[in-house]
Design a protein around this ligand. Structure first.
Ligand SMILES: [Zn+2]
Length: 321
């Protein structure tokens, strides 16, 4: 077991084996503090020599982890779309939501859809603009559930996606946008997704791309590790094999959205590691997200995405069994 400093008061760690294959021999690949919220605690992402999954070990218990998700708008997934949002951020959010809708619409024209881990309901609100959909959201943050239900008019249930209170085979599509990496029991979640979907139904999973160029360039500072909130990361071949165990077949895979945002976050982490968090690093962070930089890097980002080396990877599976 790697040396781990004692946790700060209130954070309790646990040491479970890899949930995917049961092997208990974590090989550290990245150690760092919480770059989003700060604090002295060091967390470690490991590779499982048994199956190749990347997993956090040790990791905060479920109760401790809950305290590491700020419920307010300081945590990006819970940041609410408002007219007061800077134009570029609003444009980027809208653009990525449109891409998500189009990905689903390429495979299904309508039906009953569950957005697992829907946060503040942005995707549900975007897909509601298209006819033919009966929508439902599932989310564990009480504040996000209240906001999503009120702002979208779509039913949003509070709960864990590994134990959803829905009938077997009751959905045509389930989407997990940036969710699977956050769960402590991915096998239970995938089994539940297989139960919820009717045969022929679609499962869409978006997660950090472990094959991304950013991961190779930025090493332990790679945004995709997002310690301590990311617990499992799946290399594409492993995800394909694992989903096969639950009766799913891969039908499409692409870098869909977020590559510029991941690159800008990575560059900000590099600057903060070198200069600390101060006015200069904040200014450079804004420069990385500015319109001129977005325009200048657009061809590079497009090439990365085309080559499957972008920051995130979306995979569409169909339930065959
Ligand atoms: Zn394993």
């Amino acid at each position: 077991m790697p040396h781990v400093p004692p946790p700060p008061s209130g954070i309790v760690l646990e040491y479970p084996p890899c949930e995917i294959c049961g092997t208990d021999a974590p090989v550290p690949v990245a150690s760092r503090t919480d770059l989003l919220l700060g604090g002295p605690m060091v967390y470690t992402m490991n590779r499982c020599p048994g199956c190749g999954v990347l997993y956090q070990h040790p990791r905060p218990t479920a109760a401790s982890l809950a305290a590491l998700y700020p419920a307010d708008a300081s945590y990006p997934p819970y940041r609410r779309a408002t007219t007061g949002e800077p134009f570029l951020r609003r444009f980027g959010r809208h653009h990525s939501l449109t891409k998500r809708c189009r990905l689903v619409l390429r495979h299904r024209a309508g039906g009953r859809l569950l957005d697992g881990g829907c946060a503040t309901g942005d995707f549900l609100a975007a897909l509601r603009a298209y006819p033919g959909w009966s929508l439902c959201g599932l989310e564990f943050s009480a504040a996000a559930v209240r906001y999503a239900a009120a702002s979208t008019g779509v039913p949003v249930i509070r709960g864990q996606i590994s134990a959803a209170a829905f009938a077997t085979g009751s959905f045509d599509v389930v989407t997990l946008w940036d969710v699977l990496e956050h769960v402590a029991d991915p096998r239970s979640v995938l089994a539940e997704m297989a139960r919820l979907l009717r045969p022929g139904g679609l499962l869409v999973i978006n997660q950090p791309n472990t094959a991304s160029l950013d991961r190779r360039i930025f090493g332990h500072l790679w945004v995709g590790y997002e310690l301590p909130r990311h617990l499992y990361l799946f290399p594409p071949a492993l995800l394909r094999r694992l989903l096969g165990e639950y009766g799913f077949r891969e039908v499409e895979q692409r870098c869909l959205y977020g590559s510029h945002s991941v690159l800008a976050d990575n560059l900000t982490y590099v600057v903060e590691a070198a200069l600390g968090r101060n006015q200069v690093s904040r200014l450079l962070g804004r420069v990385f997200r500015s319109l001129p930089v977005r325009v200048l890097t657009a061809p590079y980002i497009a090439l990365l995405d085309r080559l499957g080396l972008g920051g995130n990877l979306a995979t569409v599976f169909v339930r065959t069994a």
